[in-house]
Design a protein around this ligand. Structure first.
Ligand code: ACO
Length: 431
């Protein structure tokens, strides 16, 4: 991190000026440090949507949106997708280094032995109507972990923070599967310690009391890959939410519950559910042109879900990997899904259309993930829950990093006030 260069900003009207250091990270554009701007000039900066604003320093994930590059702790996503596992990636995100065998065994053991929900937490599910959206149940259930682990949790203690990370990564699949099973009226399942992380989750999702479940290695591999690809994505909306809540000193369960609600929106993680619903609405490949025309029509609010990204102005590297995986999984599982044909046609039509080309709108991570989830038998309403299981690793890594950063302050943006000037109260009978 260097701060050798200075940007000088002069306010012509008041002649007040500020000398602002330029901060550089390991990779990526330098940032103008505006921390003293208000004190020096009396001005705030304005950047709604944070198009040009770095909210923090972070050593976890790097994205180059123009080149389509994604690195976790320096490792290219393509290499991790090919060679690693979700649990190893979770360790990497949390600790900064890949684990050796002993470190991995110990991490795996800890995760495996924190997977159970508190027995009374199961009762919470009874409070939901049977058709409650699983994301609503997930957010509430994760927030409720605070009720079980708040009193003995000191967010300033590194060991307590580590234990919270283990608990969250371990329990998230158990809670997620419980959300699904409650919604379809199946008895909840306990996690099986003899299974690995992803198989354990698939077992909790799909095992029925009446017959044994044969787990498919293809399904487990595909899900593990999807979890790797979704594990972190630097300062996206949900991670920034986790950090903002975390900056108040709130406990990790409350912070991550907030991240889950931020993820739910269709402009973010909710897009995977929206993509599948949209593909189903389009229905057949011959209707793709109409959909593309609607997406281009400025008088129509319709957008192509799964297209575009705030940071990637090139192919989302995760989408490239998922696209390939999608074909492989469908053929290995013997699934012939007509939606894949619609998706392919949509991708082809958009990629050669000037509207999408000029705006650099490429398929994003969620464009193909839903088709894989569907092939694995995961219901559409659970898609964003799947995303949340994986992203928990990133969220908690960021929450820990934030607490390890000296001098961190509460997040508190300012505003441009556009309301009424000061005025006097008028009694009701005079209005
Ligand atoms: N379909 C049609 N037009 C689009 C789309 C789309 N999916 N996405 C962006 N555009 C157009 C906008 O209308 C705008 O056009 P204009 O310049 O003529 O006004 C231009 O492209 C830029 O779009 P913005 O909304 O300004 O881009 P922003 O960076 O704010 O939004 C976002 C990014 C939210 C991802 C957007 O592309 C979108 O809504 N995509 C669909 C939802 C989606 O797939 N979200 C998942 C993102 S990945 C993730 O969070 C895991």
């Amino acid at each position: 991190m260097s701060d050798s260069k200075i940007v000088k900003l002069v306010d012509e009207s008041s002649q007040r000026s500020s000398e602002l250091p330029l901060l550089s990270g390991t990779l990526g554009p330098a940032c103008i440090d505006i921390g003293t701007l208000y004190k020096d000039t009396g001005h705030f900066t304005y950047d709604p949507g944070y198009g040009s604003t770095a909210s923090t320093k972070s050593a976890i994930t790097y994205i180059d949106g123009d080149e389509g590059v994604l690195l976790y702790r320096g490792y290219p996503i393509e290499q991790l997708a090919e060679k690693s596992s979700f649990l190893e990636v979770a360790y990497l995100l949390l600790h900064g280094e890949l684990p050796n065998q002993i470190q991995f065994s110990s991490f795996d053991h800890q995760i495996t032995h924190h997977t159970m929900m508190h027995e009374s937490q199961k009762n919470f599910f009874q409070g939901f109507h049977h058709d409650a959206h699983p994301m609503a149940m997930l957010a509430a259930s994760v927030a409720s972990l605070s009720a079980f682990y708040h009193d003995d949790l000191n967010v300033d203690d590194p060991e307590d923070r580590k234990l919270a990370a283990i608990r969250l990564i371990a329990k998230m699949p158990t809670i997620a599967a419980a959300c699904y099973r409650y919604s379809i009226g199946w008895p909840l399942r306990y996690p099986r310690n003899n299974l690995e992380y992803v198989d354990r989750f698939l077992h909790m999702m799909f095992e029925v009391p009446s017959e044994p479940l044969t787990l498919s290695p293809v399904a487990a591999k595909a899900l593990d890959l999807l979890f790797i690809l979704h594990a972190d994505h630097e300062q996206n909306a949900s991670t920034s939410t986790v950090r903002l809540v975390g900056s108040t000193g709130a406990n990790p369960y409350a912070s991550i519950a907030a991240g889950i609600t931020a993820l739910w929106g269709p402009a973010h993680g909710g897009a995977n559910e929206a993509v599948l619903k949209q593909l189903q609405e389009i229905g057949t490949a011959d209707k793709v042109e109409t959909a593309v025309n609607r997406a281009k029509d400025k008088n129509d609010s319709f957008r192509l879900m799964g297209f575009g990204h705030r940071v990637y102005k090139n192919f989302d590297p995760r989408a490239k990997i998922i696209r390939e995986m999608c074909h492989k999984v469908l053929s290995e599982l013997g699934v012939n899904d007509p939606l894949l044909e619609v998706a392919m046609k949509l991708e082809e039509a958009a990629l050669k259309d000037d509207y999408f080309v000029e705006r650099k709108l490429y398929p994003n991570v969620d464009f193909y993930s839903g088709i894989i989830y569907k092939a694995l038998g995961i219901p559409t309403e659970m898609f964003t829950v799947m995303f949340a299981i994986a992203r928990t690793a990133g969220w908690i890594a960021h929450w820990i990093e934030q607490h390890e950063t000296p001098g961190a302050r509460i997040g508190r943006p300012r505003q441009i006030y556009t309301g009424s000037d000061v005025r006097n109260y008028i009694p009701t009978d005079k209005r």
